[in-house]
Design a protein around this ligand. Structure first.
Ligand code: COA
Length: 320
């Protein structure tokens, strides 16, 4: 038994924040942001709008594209680092929004790799026959944790939600997933406050802390290694991958991974220019964009990959 993606969905908040607006907020320029990151604009939540608000839109779109009623969902796993509440977890809040009751629902906190971790977990439950219709979410309101005076981070992060529905299948589907973490890199990218350590507001030198240059180098190396690991585990040649669906952190990191795969950028789903880095939402959002605009077709072989704070990183080889 395998699991396969039966439908995808995505949602971005309405408010668009352009580089031109950021020029008025911090000492930066459209040219700097574009050339160093590839980002031109990004979507951010409005006051009162939450991670679960975004996730509900994405989930409903995924259910619709899978032709599934909410009542059929029997498993919810929700990747996020920016939950609405400490508890109930976002999976349960989403379950309630969808009007369903009783199935397991939980969130997974793995920063930008949250969706890949969640997909891997859901895949196991479907394969074991313990779930027949799994809803997998990646959703974030990362801009709530950004220090809007820190020009290095505030130009990067953004908000959004993506979702997939997994159903059982005789053929793969999710061919393999590969998950990793290494806490030696925790100081390169982190948020300085939490519940048991004490909350820290994201202003005045606080907010997401990042050593951008070092993150960049480790990300390129790590993603290069996980591409090799995924290909080797499946005895695949690079040329057999139809689409790379990467975490949308920085166009230069995406280009480096594509180069490693010897893939032209035409075979890479790129949304970073309009989405920015939406953390756990970025891979499912990019997947949804590629599916809906008709580039990704049934039967295509996809390589999904992500890395994030921790560091955590992971990949999924998917026969769509
Ligand atoms: N606008 C203008 N200048 C900026 C700037 C901004 N928004 N942010 C930083 N700078 C400046 C720096 O202060 C530095 O100035 P200095 O030379 O006078 O000290 C200069 O630009 C170069 O900084 P550097 O950090 O070396 O730039 P970079 O080429 O590494 O690009 C990042 C910076 C953050 C874009 C890049 O390192 C990156 O994308 N890293 C990965 C981050 C990431 O993906 N995080 C999320 C992981 S999930």
């Amino acid at each position: 038994m395998y699991s396969r993606i039966a439908g995808t969905g995505g949602y971005l908040p309405e408010r668009v924040l352009t580089n031109a607006e950021l020029e008025k907020m911090v000492d930066t320029s459209d040219e700097w942001i574009r050339s160093r990151t590839g980002i031109i604009s990004r979507h951010i939540v409005s006051p009162g709008e939450t991670t679960v608000d975004l996730a509900e839109h994405a989930a409903r779109a995924a259910l619709q594209s899978a032709g599934v009623e909410p009542q059929e969902v029997d498993f919810i796993v929700f990747g996020t680092t920016t939950p609405d509440l400490i508890f109930p977890n976002c999976g349960v809040l989403l379950q309630q929004r969808l009007g369903i009751h009783g199935c397991p629902a939980f969130s997974v906190e793995a920063a930008c790799t949250g969706f890949i971790y969640s997909l891997s977990i859901a895949d196991k439950f479907v394969r074991l026959g313990e779930a027949k219709c799994a809803l997998v979410i990646g959703a974030e309101t990362l801009t709530r944790m950004v220090n809007w005076k820190d020009r290095q981070t505030c130009v990067l992060f953004a908000d959004g939600a993506g979702a997939v529905v997994l159903k059982p299948s005789d053929e793969p589907g999710i061919v393999s997933t590969h998950l990793h973490a290494d806490g030696r890199y925790q100081d390169l990218l982190y948020y300085p406050g939490g519940v048991s350590k004490g909350w820290v507001e994201p202003g005045d030198g606080q907010g997401v802390q990042m050593r951008g240059n070092e993150v960049f180098k480790v990300a390129v190396n790590t993603l290069g290694r996980i591409v090799d690991e995924t290909l080797e585990a499946n005895k695949l040649q690079k040329s057999q991958i139809d689409w790379l669906v990467p975490h949308q952190a920085n166009i230069r990191i995406i280009q480096a991974t594509a180069k490693k795969l010897e893939m032209p950028l035409e075979k890479v789903i790129i949304t970073v220019h309009e989405h920015g880095n939406t953390s756990a939402a970025s891979v499912p959002l990019a997947l949804d964009v590629g599916v809906r605009d008709g580039r990704i077709k049934r039967g295509d072989l996809l390589l999904l990959e992500a890395f994030g704070g921790g560091f955590t990183w992971g990949s999924a080889l998917v026969r769509y």
